[in-house]
Design a protein. Structure first.
Length: 612
C-alpha cells in the first residue's frame, strides 16, 4: 500500500483503511465521507476542514512535555504558552483554540492593534497576553486598557521610543490602576536556520542591543517602572529545523537574564523563547525537515536555563513559548476535487489512422496492440523515442497534423497500458522516465489563496488522494490550479515524486487532501484572480461519528468586488445598461439573463463540478 509518507508527517493522526484516509480518533471517520456530506448541501469547490481534536492534541503535547521535563529536573520556574495570532486569526480556529487551552491558561500573542483587540475580547481571563512588534501610542494605550480589564498582559518593547511612550502613558494613568507588565526584546547574536533565519541574529529587524538594554534598565529605574519589568523575549525564526541554534540562543539569553537580574531587575522572572518549534512537512524519508522531537526540545530548554540560573545563582526563570506553527498546522486539511486529467482526451476512438501511415505511427500502433507485462518497460521506452522522432518530423513538415494527433493519442494510450501493467513493480524501476510522462491534474483550488507559502517560499505540504488508497497509483503527477497564472502549479519533482491514480473523472470523483495547512496559509492567502478563502467547516468527532459545525461558505463574487471597493449599485447599473443595448432582446430574455447574472454574482468564483 502506498501511504504517501503518512508515517513521516502524519504524527499518528491519520490511518488508511478500506482505501480511504481516516482520522485516527474515536469513531475514525473517512475524510472523503465528510467532504461528500458537505457537498450534498450544494457546496462545490475546495473545502477547508478544521479538526479541533488535533488542536487539543498539540496543546496537550507542549504542556505535558514541558511539565514532565520540569518535574524530572526539579525545575523551579513555571511553564506558560501563548499562541501568536499572526499564524491564524480566523474565528473558527481561535475560538476552538481558546476552548481547548482553557484548562492550561493558554493565552494569546498579538502583533498589531487588530490582533490585540481579538486578544482583549476572546483571551481566557486567567491566561497571559503578550504584545510584540512595533507599537504606537494607541497600541500601547490598548495594552494599558487590557491591564485594567484584569489581563496579565506584557508589552514587549522593540525600541527605546516605545519605552518612552509607556512612561508617558503611565504618568497619565490613575495611581490605583493596574499597569501592564513590561518586556524587553533582546537582539541576540545567535541566529536561526532555514528560510526564516533572519528573524534572529545581530542584524535582525527586532530587539534591543546590549547598549540599549542597559539604557532601558536605567530609564525604567529613573521613572520608577523597573518593578514592572518582568520578561525578556527573543525569537530566532519560524520552523527551526535543528535544535543546535536554539541551544546557542538559550545560552546567550540565559546569561543576559542573569545579568539583568544582578543589575536590579528584581521582578524579572520570565524568558520568552518565542516560536519556531518545527513541523515535519516532508513526505519522503530522505528529506526530513527537523532533527529533534518535542521531548528533546523541552528537555534542552529546561536543562539549559536551569544550568545557567544555578551557575549564576539567580532565580530559575518562568518559561514562555509562542510556538504557533506547531499548534495550528495539523488541525486543517484542504480538500479539493480533480476537474480533469489532461491525457483523458486521448481515446482509441479518437484515432484517425490513414490507409498509409508514416512507418513510426504504424510501429506505435503495433506497440499499443501487443504490449504486455514482459514488454511494458521496453515498449514504453520505444514509444517515447518514437514520439520525439515524430514531433521532429512534424516540425520539418514531413508529417501533418492528423499524424501528430495520432502520435499523441497512441503515446498516451501506451503509457496508460504500460503503467497499469507495471503497477505492481517497485517505483524505482520507472523513476527514470516518470518526469517525461507525467500526468497533469487540474485541481479546483488556487495555490495563491490556499498554499501561498508553496508559491512564495517553496514550502512543501503533504498531499495525497482521499480515496483509492487500496490501489497502486501509477501516474507521476503535476498539479495545476485553476488560476490563469503559470506559477499556479505544483510541478512533478523527480527527487520528491508524487504519484496519483489514473481515474476517469467523467465516471468518478477524485479528491486530493493538502495537509498541515493550518498555519499562516489562510491569512497569507492572496485574492489572485479574485479566488477567496474556500468554504470551511469544523468537524467534531466522537465515539458515534462526527458533527459538521460552523460551515462558512466561500465569499460570493458580489462580496469580493465590494471588498475591492467597487460600487455594486454602479456595477449592476452598468450590466443592466449593457443588456438594454442588445438588439432584438425580448423582455423575457432580458429578465432571464438578468436573473442569471444575479445568481452568478451571489455565487463564489470556484468552478462547479457535477455531483455524481
Amino acid at each position: 500500500m502506498y501511504n504517501y509518507g503518512l508515517d513521516i508527517w502524519g504524527e499518528n493522526n491519520y490511518i488508511i483503511e478500506d482505501g480511504k484516509v481516516k482520522l485516527n480518533y474515536l469513531s475514525k471517520p473517512a475524510i472523503i465521507d465528510i467532504v461528500k456530506e458537505i457537498r450534498k448541501k450544494g457546496i462545490k469547490g475546495p473545502i477547508l476542514l478544521r479538526f479541533p481534536h488535533l488542536i487539543q492534541k498539540q496543546i496537550d503535547n507542549i504542556y505535558s512535555h514541558f511539565r514532565r521535563a520540569s518535574k524530572e529536573n526539579n525545575y523551579k520556574g513555571s511553564f506558560n504558552a501563548v499562541f501568536p495570532l499572526k499564524v491564524n486569526q480566523f474565528p473558527n480556529f481561535v475560538t476552538s483554540l481558546l476552548e481547548k487551552g482553557e484548562k492550561y491558561h493558554y493565552g494569546l500573542e498579538a502583533g498589531s492593534k487588530a490582533e490585540l483587540f481579538i486578544a482583549m475580547a476572546y483571551n481566557n481571563k486567567n491566561a497571559p497576553i503578550t504584545v510584540n512588534g512595533f507599537k504606537d501610542e494607541e497600541m500601547i494605550m490598548l495594552g494599558f486598557i487590557a491591564a485594567r480589564m484584569g489581563y496579565n498582559i506584557t508589552l514587549t518593547i522593540e525600541g527605546l521610543n516605545e519605552l518612552e511612550s509607556i512612561i508617558q502613558i503611565a504618568k497619565k494613568t490613575p495611581k490605583h490602576a493596574t499597569l501592564p507588565n513590561i518586556g524587553l526584546r533582546i537582539r541576540l547574536h545567535s541566529s536561526g536556520i532555514g528560510i526564516w533565519a533572519k528573524s534572529g541574529g545581530i542584524n535582525s529587524k527586532f530587539g534591543l542591543t546590549s547598549t540599549e538594554l542597559v539604557t532601558a534598565i536605567e530609564l525604567l529605574r529613573e521613572k520608577n517602572l523597573l518593578d514592572n519589568f518582568t520578561m525578556i523575549h527573543f525569537h530566532i525564526g519560524s520552523q527551526i529545523t535543528e535544535i543546535t541554534p536554539m541551544k546557542k540562543a538559550l545560552r546567550e539569553a540565559g546569561n543576559i537574564y542573569a545579568d539583568l537580574k544582578k543589575m536590579g531587575a528584581k521582578n524579572l522572572h520570565a524568558i520568552n523563547i518565542g516560536g519556531g518549534l518545527a513541523v515535519e512537512y516532508s513526505q519522503h524519508e530522505e528529506y526530513h525537515q527537523k532533527n529533534y522531537s518535542i521531548r528533546e526540545f523541552a528537555n534542552d530548554i529546561v536543562f539549559m536555563l536551569q544550568t545557567i540560573a544555578q551557575s549564576k545563582k539567580v532565580q530559575e526563570p518562568d518559561i514562555f513559548i509562542e510556538s504557533g506553527r506547531y499548534i495550528a498546522a495539523s488541525h486543517a486539511v484542504l480538500t479539493a476535487p480533480v476537474l480533469e486529467l489532461f491525457s483523458q482526451e486521448y481515446h482509441e476512438s479518437s484515432l484517425k489512422l490513414k490507409e498509409n501511415n508514416p512507418p513510426l505511427i504504424t510501429e506505435l500502433f503495433e506497440l499499443y496492440k501487443t504490449i504486455n507485462a514482459n514488454t511494458a518497460l521496453e515498449y514504453l521506452h520505444d514509444s517515447i523515442d518514437h514520439m520525439e522522432s515524430l514531433l521532429t518530423l512534424f516540425d520539418l513538415g514531413y508529417i501533418d497534423l492528423i499524424d501528430r494527433s495520432n502520435t499523441e493519442i497512441l503515446i498516451h494510450l501506451i503509457i496508460k497500458k504500460a503503467m497499469n501493467l507495471l503497477k505492481n513493480k517497485p517505483h524505482k524501476e520507472l523513476i527514470s522516465i516518470q518526469e517525461r510522462i507525467q500526468e497533469r491534474y487540474l485541481i479546483n483550488f488556487s495555490i495563491f489563496q490556499s498554499l501561498p507559502d508553496y508559491w512564495g517560499l517553496g514550502q512543501n505540504f503533504p498531499v495525497m488522494p482521499l480515496s483509492k488508497l487500496n490501489e497502486t497509483p501509477v501516474r507521476s503527477a503535476s498539479l495545476w490550479d485553476i488560476t490563469c497564472d503559470s506559477d499556479g502549479e505544483i510541478e512533478f519533482n523527480i527527487k520528491k515524486p508524487l504519484f496519483l491514480h489514473d481515474v476517469d473523472i467523467k465516471k468518478e470523483e477524485y479528491f486530493l487532501g493538502f495537509f498541515l495547512v493550518g498555519a499562516y496559509q489562510e491569512i497569507l492567502g492572496m485574492k489572485h484572480n479574485l479566488f477567496t478563502h474556500p468554504t470551511e467547516a469544523t468537524i467534531e468527532i466522537d465515539e458515534n461519528g462526527y458533527k459538521i459545525k460552523n460551515i462558512l461558505e466561500s465569499q460570493s463574487i458580489y462580496d469580493i468586488l465590494e471588498d475591492l471597493d467597487y460600487d455594486m449599485k454602479e456595477v449592476e447599473r452598468r450590466l443592466k445598461n449593457n443588456l438594454d443595448e442588445i438588439k432584438n432582446l425580448s423582455e423575457k430574455e432580458r429578465d432571464t439573463i438578468l436573473g442569471q447574472i444575479y445568481l452568478f454574482l451571489n455565487d463564489n468564483t470556484y468552478l462547479k463540478t457535477v455531483q455524481k
